[in-house]
Design a protein around this ligand. Structure first.
Ligand code: ATP
Length: 365
């Protein structure tokens, strides 16, 4: 196991395109770090540089305290699990898992190989499938075989490149849990690339958000959600996404598209001298006025909201409110069969500006 340190890592492709623009990131020994960002942000490029499949244009990469920029992939002692699993169809599960050990000719006896493969198979609950060929496995089992190969190598770190994107939603959920369990059990340093924010938020100790080759923020999932450093991170993490609304300040009130909201005494100094701001309100921060205690109501403003689309997810109800905003304002409600006033769906919502609101200047949306 090893720590991985990236210092000012740059990748410029042959055609001059700068895919990674000076990324620095310290990944601790045993840590599970997610690289997340929209398509083309450079996350796979970064992972491929770590594993050695792509040259590093500039910067330093250290694994286990040693600079490895110029080391061949096999000398970095990392195990990569790809999206397409890269299994050999003619080999059994046992032989697929044993493959990396057989490649190191003469280094392991048959008994050692058997022991290592059986340990990996047990960890991944594949013991009953060792004689099968990949064609006779489910997508999830194939994924586990690919992970088994990473385990037998006893690599310094596991690197995953969107390993679950070929699976259906249910299996994706199961495999997500399995990867988390395996990583906790083995305690191996893991770097995991995904564009799926659910995977990012549920799997990682920390999440690194990339955009256009630049690191935006590295934080715990909770840190990203509650303290995003800019509009990009705020809008990228969370589903439905955070609502961004124009706010016009005048005196001690702020006019939002649906209501005038009082500015608290704590917030007022931070807004000093500003006239127009962008206010980010997470869907769950609109509260159903019928459920809010009277004492709390005074802190916010209650308004009547027309709801044009609802999405019921069993445990939650998303409601979309067509104000003069784009996209519509999203909120989460517990139910929507109250407070309807006969003019179609309407509900009473309450919203307050939190006093710890982060005020940031010059943010790049
Ligand atoms: P995705 O989620 O779509 O896989 P990504 O964030 O993993 O995206 P990368 O594959 O790292 O993105 O690519 C980053 C950028 O570098 C993209 O704009 C891509 O077009 C560009 N790129 C990737 N490989 C090359 C290459 N060999 N030559 C030139 N540009 C490349």
């Amino acid at each position: 196991m090893a720590a991985i340190t990236l210092k000012d890592i740059v990748k410029q492709y042959g055609d001059g395109f700068l895919a990674v623009k000076g990324v620095s990131l310290d990944i601790a020994d045993g840590e599970f770090v997610i690289l997340v960002g929209p398509s083309g942000c450079g996350k796979s490029t970064l992972l491929r540089m770590i594993v050695g499949l792509e040259d590093i244009t500039a910067g330093d990469l250290h694994i286990g305290g040693k600079r490895v920029n110029d080391k061949a992939p096999r000398d970095r002692h990392l195990a990569m699990v790809f999206q397409n699993y890269a299994l050999y169809p003619h080999l059994t599960v046992f032989e697929n898992i044993a493959f990396p050990l057989r490649l190191q000719k003469g280094q392991f006896t048959d008994a050692q190989i058997k022991e290592k493969v059986e340990f990996a198979a047990k960890t991944l609950e594949l013991q009953d499938h060792l004689d099968r060929k990949p064609a006779n496995l489910s997508g999830g089992q194939r994924q586990r075989v690919a992970m088994g190969r990473a385990i037998v190598r006893e690599a310094e770190a596991f690197l995953f490149d969107e390993p679950l994107s070929n699976l259906d939603a249910k299996l994706r959920g199961q495999m997500r849990t399995e990867i988390a369990r395996m990583q906790r059990r083995l305690g191996t340093t893991t770097v995991y690339v995904t564009h799926d924010q659910t995977e990012a938020m549920t799997l990682g100790d920390r999440v690194a958000v990339l955009r256009k080759g630049e690191l935006q923020q590295v934080a715990s999932p909770r840190g990203l959600y509650e303290q995003p450093v800019n509009l990009f991170v705020a809008g990228f993490i969370g589903s439905p996404p955070m609502n961004f609304l124009p706010g016009e300040i005048s005196g001690s009130t702020m006019t939002l598209p649906f209501a005038e909201v009082p500015i608290s005494a704590e917030l007022a100094p931070k807004l000093q001298g500003k006239e127009i701001v962008i206010v980010g309100i997470r869907p769950e921060h609109f509260e159903d006025a019928a459920l809010v205690e009277d004492a709390k109501k005074g802190a916010g403003v209650t308004f009547s909201a027309p709801v044009d689309v609802t999405e019921w997810l069993g445990s939650e109800l998303y409601a979309y409110i067509p104000f003069d905003t784009n996209p519509d304002v999203a909120t989460t409600l517990e139910e929507l069969d109250r407070d309807l006033d006969g003019e179609g769906l309407r509900t009473q919502l309450i919203v307050a500006l939190p006093s710890e609101t982060k005020i940031r200047d010059g943010v790049d949306a």
